[in-house]
Design a protein around this ligand. Sequence first.
Ligand code: ADP
Length: 275
Amino acid sequence: DQATEDLHETMETLEVKNAELDMARKRAQEGSRVKSEFLANMSHEIRTPLNGIIGFTNLLLKSNLNETQREYLTTLQNSAEGLLAMINDILDFSKIEAGKLVLESTPMNLRELVDEVLAIAAPTAHDKSLEIACLIYRDVPLDIIGDPLRLRQVLTNLVNNAIKFTSDGSVVVRVMLDHQEDGHAILKVSVTDTGVGISESQQKHLFQAFSQVDNSRTRKIGGTGLGLVICKNLVEQMQGDIGLESHIGESSTFWFTFKAPFAAEGQLSQLNCRL
Ligand code: ADP
């Protein structure tokens, strides 16, 4: 009868719509994959000539230059390094989107890593007359298993941000033991600055892709807005978490936790021998 016929017709329409939806979903997935691949390839291709520019700029800076030449070349070096940092962020982000960013596990020393990050950041901090300090609490196990490159990346990002957004005062890094379990510790690293701070409404978006806090200072300073998104993904892969506390116009403390399996006795000395 008519009702059954209508029902059949509706069901047919529904099936067609479902098939269309499926097709659209597949096209979107394919589009997203192509986009990630394109981003990854482009970033890779841009990195090669950029490394050439940076390498030769460094070489030139070691030669005999007058003051103006040195000043111009230093500006060129800073711009090229800023661009490389952005390209690296885009490359990492496209890897994350494609599920291809995988962490390593090697024996490493936490103190060496923190010292390295601070040694690199110190000149920029001192140029701005900022104090930069580090406290590693006594109960923190230093010989651990982790991905030194990625841990350094997270800490560097937080320290660089702290320096960028602070015009006077200090930047302090603290490394603490959150708690200890069988064979591993959960460690907490925090970076406290006395900078511009971030309002509560803006804090929510910090860990979402492409969402920089929109103010004139940020626009002037630049960046991709991907740094913290990448940090969040990295610490989550280390079975940790990331967060912040901030008071506008006063200070910000960014912190992250991560799981740190203890390096067995001898693992680090083996590593040192290989080096
Ligand atoms: P980018 O990679 O562009 O530096 P991030 O994801 O690292 O971006 O940071 C996003 C935004 O968060 C920054 O542009 C800035 O507005 C804000 N921010 C990050 N750290 C701080 C800080 N310590 N003090 C004030 N604002 C900060």
